[in-house]
Design a protein. Structure first.
Length: 194
């Protein structure tokens, strides 16, 4: 797995999978075009994430909440525009995106990073995240998996991230399941000619 090469060690790991009744090539293509905000959960959770910043920057924070709630779609390209970088790809099989930031803060402070510099230690007080999407052929279709790994730069970042992770882990899982459902729906709809 490309993810194992990019981030063999980590502080936190989470994974989810879904079976899809469509060929792997179609599923991988839909990964790039599906609206990840399939149920509306992702948009709502991203908007809620900003609320803790309201006290410090009320005008900017409410503007971000409104913009997030009005967003028409959330695709892989939107993730890349929001601070993630393609770190590695095996077209049709696996894609790994990543970023560095202070995820425990209201705005996350994501810093796009080059694939080469991702393998270097993260700056002090930050953490780096790698997020993979992999498609494996199965009888009657395929399995689409996502795995996220986070590695903190130091003990202070690790303490902050783990406290943050305790609160957001269930919601993070909902976002990933929604993304998988969106890709499955798009790929299976294509298969049935819709």
């Amino acid at each position: 797995m490309l993810l194992d090469q990019l981030m063999p060690g980590y502080d936190v790991r989470t994974s989810h999978a879904v079976r899809v009744a469509a060929p792997p090539e179609r599923v991988y293509a839909r990964l790039w075009t599906a609206d990840f905000d399939h149920w509306g959960i992702t948009r709502a959770l991203y908007a809620l994430r900003v609320l803790p910043a309201v006290a410090a920057a009320p005008h900017e924070s409410w503007l971000r909440v409104r913009l997030t709630l009005r967003r028409r779609h959330f695709t892989l390209d939107d993730m890349l525009a929001g601070g993630f970088t393609v770190l590695a790809e095996r077209p049709g099989e696996e894609l790994v995106v990543g970023t560095v930031g202070r995820f425990w803060r209201a705005v996350g402070e994501l810093r796009p990073i080059s694939p080469a510099s991702f393998c270097e230690p993260a700056p002090p007080g930050t953490a780096k995240a790698a997020w993979s999407f992999a498609v494996d052929r199965r009888p009657g279709g395929c399995e689409l998996r996502t795995e996220t790994r986070v590695l903190c730069a130091d003990a202070g970042a690790r303490l902050r991230f783990r406290a943050y992770w305790l609160g957001i882990r269930p919601f993070s899982g909902l976002i990933r399941r929604e993304m998988l459902a969106a890709v499955r729906s798009a790929a299976e709809s294509d298969q049935h000619g819709r």
